[in-house]
Design a protein around this ligand. Structure first.
Ligand code: MF3
Ligand code: CO
Length: 249
């Protein structure tokens, strides 16, 4: 296994997959209000996806039963949409992937519903900025460890903790390709980044310990200590200059 370099044409397909992902996530964010069930968000994703002409990448992946992941408060990732009702003050992570002409896009956002605590806001903002720090470090000629370290250093400088057990990943024809991209690591280590690599960076931060647990449903990942957490993700392509974010609308 090695890191797959994409052609311009392939990156073009991923650009379209990424635009679909960004468009759907924006719709989901607008629909997120107290009283809505997470199942309704999944249904909205299905409708938007049909309208935009993409296929869902999570549905059926290792038996995953939905199109989106909706993870609330101490839930970190892989929350299965269902009858849970969103309430004022919830911190909701929405993760979504789409396929366009056999190429994948994958992104996630965390959204505060109504009024949230200053601590929750700080956690969310820091996670999003940690992702931006990772993107800024993801340049041809840099090493993968530079990206991991940039994310970790930013998160920890603000007093938050990066999750160890889940990582970002290469992406292309498959949702998960080489390499794994931890949200912690050493600058100057790991493979060199090259133009045409396509990567999904996804910092996951907690306000407590980094340990997680999986619910009896086999999917929903929560912080082991019940602390609040946040998750942002973008799919990007390495270029000659700054990485191109493929999942911005
Ligand atoms: N963004 C997540 C990931 O990169 C989505 C996977 S959810 C799954 O792993 F259900 F498809 F597994
Ligand atoms: Co991902």
């Amino acid at each position: 296994m090695s890191i797959i370099i994409k052609s311009e044409r392939e990156i073009g397909e991923m650009r379209q997959a990424g635009r679909i992902v960004a468009t759907v996530l924006e719709k989901l964010k607008k629909a997120l209000r107290p009283g809505i069930k997470t199942r309704e968000l999944d249904e909205l994703a299905a409708r938007e996806l049909a309208r935009l002409g993409g296929r869902p990448s999570f549905l059926g992946y290792r038996g995953y039963p939905a199109r989106i992941c909706a993870s609330v408060n101490d839930e970190l990732v892989h929350g299965i949409p269902g009858e849970r009702v969103i309430r004022e003050g919830d911190l909701v992570s929405l993760d979504f992937g789409a396929i366009h002409h056999d190429f994948q896009g994958d992104a996630a956002i965390t959204v505060g519903v109504g009024k949230i605590s200053p601590e929750a806001q700080e956690l969310m903002d820091t996670t999003e900025k940690a992702l931006e720090a990772g993107i800024a470090a993801a340049r041809a000629g840099a090493r993968l460890g530079d990206v991991s370290a940039a994310i970790q250093d930013y998160a920890e400088s603000r007093g938050f903790t990066v999750v160890r057990e889940y990582t970002g990943h290469g992406i292309g024809r498959q949702m998960h390709e080489e390499p794994q991209i931890p949200n912690f690591g050493q600058a100057g280590t790991g493979p060199e980044l090259r133009k045409g690599m396509t990567l999904a960076l996804e910092p996951m931060l907690t306000s407590g310990d980094w340990r997680t647990k999986v619910a009896p449903d086999g999917w929903t990942v929560s912080t082991a200590d019940g602390s609040l957490c946040a998750h942002f993700e973008h799919t990007l392509a390495i270029t000659d200059g700054r990485a191109e974010v493929l999942t911005r609308a």
